[in-house]
Design a protein around this ligand. Structure first.
Ligand code: MG
Length: 340
């Protein structure tokens, strides 16, 4: 509804291979168009090429978002963008557009932590109030719980993200990146029958995936050549192993916090097998599991708009001179002033 007195926040996201523009007004997602940069099987996405992709489509997406929301630039109260973490070149390209739009429209600007965008989107969509959060994607793997105005990291990967482990394994098997390598691994895993034993690397509250990746890369060449197992068996085994590790550290954080809610966010969070394993763990503890579908758990503009909306309402503003990007930006660096 144009002319509404509720603030509407526009959010730009482009920290990895998705570019999205979302508009949120008072807990309602008015628009959330997105494009994904998909590379050929066997290859990943490089920062320069990804940034070029984002630059080519971002203005179309902006127009699409405004049209879908039925709003004009005048109806937007704040322009939010992803400050980090993420890949440098894509982040910088998107930030330039956000800064330009904010100045052209004479609107305040807000740099948003990407991880906090995921958490706030998850809370908005599911209604979870104070969940222990499992954030799993191509770039991040963290178990997070809120305390005293910070999202505290209870456990995390000590090397690569779980999604990166899956993506790179997909490259070894030349699995398609369309719509995403993780989605295609999930479909293949459903046809897997044999569990191949892989290293299980939980270290205290942290997890490690790089050793598992090298192990399965070697095993894949050897076992597929001898017919000891199928590509489907390997997809199945990899998922079962890495998801069990994630469920273990999430459960331990929940026990520590006395948490009755778990929330999965991030691109790997739409994997139904991960959701099923988390559900089993939650049921056994008498806790509730919250998860979202691909529209909201995969990187998108609305999540940046939603976190931006909370920050805007709480009085945050990013000055132009401070409106850069940063590849490293930890979840617990942000003071969460909008929660009690
Ligand atoms: Mg993400």
């Amino acid at each position: 509804m144009p002319g509404s007195t509720m603030p509407a926040v526009l959010g730009f996201e482009g920290s990895a291979n998705k570019i999205g523009v979302g508009i949120v007004r008072d807990g309602t997602v008015l628009a959330n168009p997105r494009r994904t940069y998909v590379t050929p099987p066997g290859t990943g996405f490089l920062p320069g090429d990804t940034a070029r992709h984002h630059r080519a489509v971002i203005l179309d997406l902006l127009e699409e978002a405004l049209t879908e929301a039925g709003l004009t630039s005048q109806d937007i109260d704040c322009v939010a963008y992803t400050k980090g973490p993420g890949m440098g070149a894509p982040l910088a390209s998107v930030a330039v557009v956000a800064r330009t739009v904010a100045q052209l429209w004479n609107k305040p600007l807000l740099g948003v932590n990407h991880c906090i965008g995921h958490i706030e989107m998850g809370r908005l969509i599911t209604g979870a109030t104070n969940p222990t959060v499992l954030y799993v994607s191509g770039g991040n793997t963290q178990v997070i719980a809120y305390s005293e105005h910070r999202y505290r990291i209870f456990g995390e990967t000590i090397d690569i993200a779980v999604g990166n482990c899956l993506d790179r394994f997909a490259r070894v098997l030349k699995i398609s990146n369309d719509p995403s390598p993780g989605y295609n691994i999930e479909q293949m895993a459903k046809r897997g029958k044999k569990l191949v034993e892989l290293p299980y690397t939980v270290k205290g509250m942290d997890v490690s995936f790089s050793g598992i990746l090298s192990f399965i890369e070697d095993a894949a060449q050897r076992m597929l050549a001898t017919g000891e197992c199928t590509p489907e068996d390997l997809c199945f085994s990899l998922q079962e192993t890495v998801f069990a590790m994630l469920v273990e550290i999430t459960e331990r954080a929940m026990a520590h916090c006395g948490s009755e809610e778990a929330l999965i966010v991030g691109g790997v969070g739409c994997n139904m097998r991960l959701q099923e394993m988390m559900e089993t763990m939650c049921q056994e503890r008498g806790a509730r599991l919250f998860a979202t579908d691909e529209r909201f758990c995969i990187d998108n503009g609305a999540m940046i708009a939603q976190a931006g909306w909370e920050m805007f309402q709480a009085g945050h503003r990013t000055h132009l001179s401070d409106s850069g990007v940063t590849q490293r930006y930890r979840t617990d660096e942000v003071e969460v002033t909008w929660r009690d």
